[in-house]
Structure formats: C-alpha cells, structure tokens
Design a protein around this ligand. Structure first.
Ligand SMILES: C[S@@+](CC[C@H](N)C(=O)[O-])C[C@H]1O[C@@H](n2cnc3c(N)ncnc32)[C@H](O)[C@@H]1O
Ligand code: SF4
Length: 215
C-alpha cells in the first residue's frame, strides 16, 4: 500500500523507493559507470591508435553540460548556472579536445553520426555553436547530409526560430526535444515549467527546416 504524506497527490513514495537506485543512462555508450580513473592515459592512447587503424564510419559525441535551471528528475551530467560566460572556457577546452582527437585518429574515417547532448547544447550562443561545428568539420571528414545523422538534444525553452535555422545551417539534420509532461501540476513538481506554446513553436520550426524521414 502507498505511504501517504501531505505531498500524496504529487509523489508516490512506493514508486520513488522502487526506482531510487543508480542505473546506466541510455544516451551514452559506453555508459557512465564505464568511465573511471583506472583507465590510464596509455590505455586511451592505445585505443585511439586502434581507432585510427579502423576504416569503419565514426560516431562523435559532444557533451554540453550547462543548464539554466535544474529539472528535479534529471539524471544527466550537468552544471546548472545562469552565468552564460561559464561556457567560454568549456568551449575552448572542447576545441583543444577536437584537435587532439583529430591528430590521433586522422580524417580517413567518415563521420556518419554526430550527436550533441547535455545538459542543454543550445545554452551555447550562435558563435560558439558555429565555432565548434566549424572545427569539427575542418578536422574530420563528415558524411553528406543524406548519409549522415547529425543530431542535437533541444530544450524548447532554450530554442527559438533563429536557433533552429542556425542548427540546420551548420548541418544538424535531427533533433530531439525534451517534453516531460504537459500537465502544469507535474511541471511545477519537477521544476520543468514549459508551455505548450514553446514546445509547439520549436516543433513547427523543426518541421519547416529539418528533413522529414519516413520510417
Ligand atoms: C538530457 S536532456 C537534454 C536536452 C535538454 N536539456 C532537455 O532537457 O530538453 C534529454 C532528455 O533526457 C530526459 N531526461 C533527463 N533525465 C532523465 C531521467 N532521469 N529519466 C528519463 N529521462 C530523462 C530529458 O527530459 C530530455 O527529454
Ligand atoms: S534542462 Fe535537460 S539536462 Fe538540464 S536539468 Fe533539465 S532535463 Fe536535465
């Protein structure tokens, strides 16, 4: 039987206890628990050498950890801040990482998949987005738009018509949108206040600008 508290209408304690344990995240591979300090630099170097010798298509993932506010359910690796300038140093570090990786792997392999996840990738401004994608495209050999999947995770509260246009211009051709719930009571409970209007506007912009795939 459920435990009753004064927040009974918002939270089911039985369910919370049932799922209150660590599990792998679905968006990353290898999953987060696989990353640990036991993997030393030389092991990583060896693995990059193997990657350089391989001809198979390459998938690149870029994590943008910043979010303007926190959603209480969130299981992602994130930095919650209103200070946009915190992204500056992170972007500089990513540019170095892109160069190091490209130096190690070379550009023989075709990048058939790129994914930007978060956090909130569109926490970055237009210049930062263009600079990062520009460097990736300069250093790696990307598949064309027809053959590559270039995806980005969108928070509709951090995206407008201009953002969608810019993302398409730099070559993204897939986007996923975070919509946890349309019920205002649930939105308040999980601290994810997002109007239907905001969500629909981004959806309409995406439908207008992004390719539509039939599966
Ligand atoms: C990591 S977010 C990135 C995009 C953006 N920050 C957003 O929230 O829309 C991608 C998706 O993961 C979902 N998500 C985050 N934490 C989750 C969790 N613990 N369980 C299931 N989905 C989760 C978010 O709601 C969102 O739809
Ligand atoms: S905006 Fe996305 S990544 Fe950030 S806290 Fe909310 S669900 Fe997590």
């Amino acid at each position: 039987m459920s435990q009753h508290t004064h927040t009974d209408e918002l939270f089911n304690l039985d369910l919370i206890h049932k799922y209150d344990k660590a599990g792998p995240r679905y968006t990353s591979y290898p999953t987060a628990p696989m990353f640990h300090s036991g993997i030393a630099a030389d092991a990583y170097g060896e693995s990059l050498k193997r990657a350089a010798d391989n001809d198979a298509p390459l998938s690149l993932y870029m994590h943008i950890p910043f979010c303007d506010t926190v959603c209480y359910y969130c299981g992602c690796n994130k930095v919650v801040t209103k200070q946009r300038q915190r992204a500056t140093q992170y972007v500089d570090t990513l540019l170095k990482e892109i160069d190091l990786l490209a130096d190690a792997i070379g550009n023989k392999r075709t990048v058939s998949q790129l994914h930007w996840g978060g956090g909130t990738p569109t926490f970055l401004n237009e210049t930062q987005i263009r600079t990062l994608v520009g460097r990736l495209r300069e250093r790696f050999n990307f598949a064309d738009d027809e053959n590559g999947e270039f995806g980005i995770e969108i928070d509709p509260r951090e995206c407008n018509a201009d953002t969608v246009r810019i993302l398409r211009e730099v070559g993204f051709n897939r986007m996923s949108m975070g919509v946890q719930d349309f019920d205002p009571i649930v939105q308040k409970a999980v601290n994810r206040i997002q109007s239907k209007q905001e969500t629909l506007e981004v959806l309409q912009q995406a439908r207008a600008r992004f390719p539509i795939h039939q599966y």
